[in-house]
Design a protein around this ligand. Structure first.
Ligand SMILES: [Zn+2]
Length: 338
């Protein structure tokens, strides 16, 4: 194996943009997806995954994601996928991960969404010795304001493990303005926020970018499509970005990573995190994503180490920054980096 690739696998890593349902292992996905129609749909989707323009690619991603979500039907399933996801991250030498998920109830509300959150937190606690994992609760763009408010309340009730609030889902639905009161409340109670931004190349989406930047969330996800002015604002205001190479290349319809905005922001010393979004959905690992970046933009081992060290400052659970940096320090000494 390439020495640099091996280094990317060994270095302690931090994952900040992973949707729990998108991290389901392919084998588990196939097993939980019971109906033959869904199995066939998945086959077709996989074949068509990287065809067409941004809109049709995004539609494929969301359809696959909703299949992933549909195969989780009870608390045992959610415990299983949380456990397997954490096992996979541990294997990839990830030391800190923020998993995000939209809380849901099962069996027509008989099992409330609080049980869903508790089930995940329970598994996270079991893995505490091996990986530090935290939860971000997602608000879906198609939800109502009341539902979003419920999610915020849930986040408040599980503050030790829930470290943030996310806005995600179909970017054709422009709803940040509608959810703004919820995100304002999040700020008031000091809950960190991350918002998917600039996912489509249309005017409406670009307009919504302004509203999101005005709000100034703690971090932004993707920022694929943007105006020069928006780019300058994000640079100036130093709003950290979660960049997801494979996912971004796919949905932006790029030839390869050389066309990706990592370079621009990295050269400007902007706060960045490289993330998967998500291992199951994109069939990747955090190591492979990082290796792609390092290889394309010719980062040295030392530069990658410094990059990861800076990323540790962006985690939502500020109590764990020292933990991450100690792990990174120990690694640099072991590998005689300096
Ligand atoms: Zn995402």
């Amino acid at each position: 194996m390439d020495d640099l690739q091996h280094f990317c696998e060994l270095i302690p890593k931090i994952e900040l943009h992973a949707h729990l349902n998108g991290c389901i292992r392919l084998s588990t996905f196939r097993q939980l997806l019971s109906s033959p129609t869904d199995q066939m749909r998945l086959d077709t989707l996989d074949q068509e995954f990287s065809l067409g323009d941004t809109h049709s690619r995004m539609a494929n991603v969301f359809e696959k994601f909703s299949l992933l979500r549909s195969c989780v039907t009870n608390l045992d399933d959610i415990r299983r996928i949380t456990r397997e996801t954490l096992e996979d991250f541990i294997k990839d030498n990830v030391i800190y991960v923020e998993l995000r998920t939209r809380p849901r109830s099962f069996h027509n509300g008989k099992i409330p969404s609080s049980s869903y959150v508790e089930a995940i937190v329970e598994v996270m606690k079991q893995f505490e010795e091996k990986i530090c994992s935290r939860l971000i609760l997602s608000i879906d763009r198609t939800q109502t304001l009341e539902q979003a408010m419920e999610t915020l309340k849930l986040a408040e009730n599980y503050r030790t493990y829930v470290v943030g609030l996310d806005l995600s889902g179909d970017p054709n639905v422009k709803s940040f303005e509608r959810f703004r009161p919820v995100f304002d409340l999040a700020k008031q109670i000091n809950l960190s926020t991350t918002i998917h931004i600039g996912e489509l190349p249309d005017d409406e989406c670009l307009n919504e970018n302004n509203l999101i930047i005005d709000y100034k969330p703690t971090r932004l996800g993707h920022f694929n499509f943007r105006t020069n002015d928006q780019e300058q604002r994000v640079l100036k205001e130093q709003i950290p970005l979660e960049l997801c190479p494979t996912s971004n290349i796919l949905t932006m319809n790029l030839l390869d990573l050389t066309q990706h905005h990592f370079d621009l922001f990295y050269k400007n010393k902007h706060p960045l995190a490289i993330c998967t979004d998500d291992s199951g959905l994109m069939n990747c690992s955090l190591s492979s994503e990082i290796f792609q970046v390092v290889q394309t933009f010719h980062l040295t081992k030392k530069e990658l180490y410094e990059f990861m060290f800076e990323t540790s400052n962006l985690i939502f659970d500020k109590n764990m920054i020292e933990f991450c940096q100690k792990k990174l320090n120990a690694f640099s000494q072991q590998s005689n980096l300096f």
